[in-house]
Design a binder for this molecule. Structure first.
Ligand code: HAM
Length: 419
């Protein structure tokens, strides 16, 4: 038996990759319009960064990181998410010294050693954005709008936006006490996950899928907010309304990472097994400082690309024309075949995607090949034509054929390809 890919990873083969390219191109285009600029940070970072950034008590840091000691005896971790690395780069490169808000985006692989299930991988890909240097709730709204616009424009239906305010660390500490006072008497009724979360991160208990019937009358974090948090959250809602971004407030929404303050949000959609969250993010006003930078606020999001593509497939999205070859060249006879080598290069130099046969196949098999490539044109060169300096150009969309000069072939194709 040969080798197999590690569990929780995927080979993206030709055919699927084109769909990813469409999704990624949309992400880039949206970032251009929202004025976010790309940043590329290392796939691995020092383990401390994630311990301090993501949080010691999170599932990610406690049990999901790919951590190893390198040959220089450093503890290294494959990034489980993108925010910590982006913020590290922001601090290390002193981007906070720039006069404007720093707006960054990234697309790339992340690694979490998670239990396998539909929509959950050990190597997965995120499209993420981070906006650093402002507390203005208009920036939170912009980030939420960016993700919403992305899903809408890639053609995903049924995406819901849920928002919450998780306050400040001090507010959460006080709320944690109130919540624990409510939960303690019910401890024995709750599932194993909830009981363990009560000890580690009680706020996440409210997120549980199976125990909701026990949470009737639970305190809401929204009632614990101070004036500053409440004003920020209300302004955010006003901005989302002004931008026509539909949303619902979910006071139980708590994210799996520790760095959030004020705004937390998720994008949800049905269709991937038990999972309904396809993206999420929020504000993180203490993160920059906690990893050794200045006291600069930030807000961002991370959208899972596997989940996006899976849902698009489930919804039978229209990917448009995925064919990649414009013209297939057929040479009949030795001299003509040789000529196609030259023609092919001429066409490619002019920006035309061109292909030919390399297997010495008969004309009929070559035409089938052209069909498989779903080419717009085939160009057939016979000995007589070669002698006259002409070639037959066949438009596969309507079957029409015409003779064109060999030297004018590229121009003909370019002129007929205009929509
Ligand atoms: P997160 O909620 O941990 O947030 O991940 C964001 C998205 O990444 C998820 O909603 C999901 O679509 C995708 N994702 C996470 N884990 C997996 C997995 N094992 N398999 C497939 N997809 C997965 C963050 O990572 C934050 N850094 C987001 C953020 C940016 N907050 C502020 N800035």
């Amino acid at each position: 038996m040969g080798f197999q890919k590690p569990p929780g990873t995927q080979d993206l083969l030709p055919g699927a990759v084109e769909k990813w390219q469409i999704v990624e191109a949309k992400a880039r285009d949206i970032c251009r319009r929202f004025n976010f600029r790309e940043i590329r940070t290392p796939i691995f970072e020092s383990t401390d960064l994630f311990q301090r950034g993501v949080g010691e008590t999170t599932d990610i840091v406690e049990k999901e990181m790919y951590t190893f000691t390198d040959r220089g005896d450093r503890s290294i971790t494959l990034r489980p998410e993108g925010t910590a690395g982006a913020v590290r780069a922001y601090v290390e490169n002193k981007l906070y010294g720039e006069p404007d808000v720093t707006k960054l985006y990234y697309i790339g692989p992340m690694f979490r050693y998670e239990r396998q299930q539909a929509g959950r991988y050990r190597q997965f890909h995120q499209f993420g954005v981070e906006a650093l240097g402002a507390v203005d709730p208009a920036l939170d709204a912009e980030v939420i709008a960016l993700g919403y616009t992305f899903y809408k424009e890639v053609g995903l239906n049924g995406v819901r936006v849920e928002i919450n305010s998780v306050g400040t660390p001090a507010i959460r500490t006080a709320f944690r006490e109130r919540l624990l006072a409510f939960l303690e008497p019910k401890r024995e009724l709750l599932c194993k996950d909830c009981r363990s979360r009560m000890d580690r991160n009680p706020l996440r208990v409210l997120d549980c899928k199976v125990d909701q019937q026990h949470f009737e009358g639970a305190p809401s974090i929204l009632d614990s907010l101070d004036d500053e948090c409440r004003t920020h959250f209300e302004a955010l809602q006003g901005h989302l309304g002004a931008m026509d971004i539909p949303f619902v407030i979910n006071p139980k929404l708590v994210r799996g990472l520790d760095y959030y303050t004020h705004t937390a949000f998720e994008y949800k959609a049905e269709g991937i097994g038990a999972i309904d969250t396809i993206g999420g993010g929020g504000r993180y006003n203490g993160l920059v400082e906690s990893i050794g930078g200045p006291d600069q606020p930030g807000v961002g999001l991370g959208l899972g690309l596997e989940r996006t593509v899976m849902l698009l497939e489930n919804q039978q999205a229209d990917w448009g024309d995925l064919s990649r070859v414009d013209v297939y060249l057929v040479g009949l006879g030795e001299a003509a075949e040789r000529e196609t080598v030259k023609l092919l290069q001429q066409l490619r130099n002019r920006g035309i995607a061109a292909e030919r046969d390399y297997l010495g196949r008969k004309m009929k098999a070559q035409m089938k090949s052209a069909d498989r490539y779903r080419v717009r044109f085939t160009a057939i060169l016979g000995e007589d034509e070669l002698a006259k300096g002409e070639i037959t150009l066949k438009d596969m969309s309507n079957g029409e054929q015409r003779q064109v000069s060999l030297t004018g072939l590229a121009d003909e194709i370019l002129a007929s390809s205009q929509p």
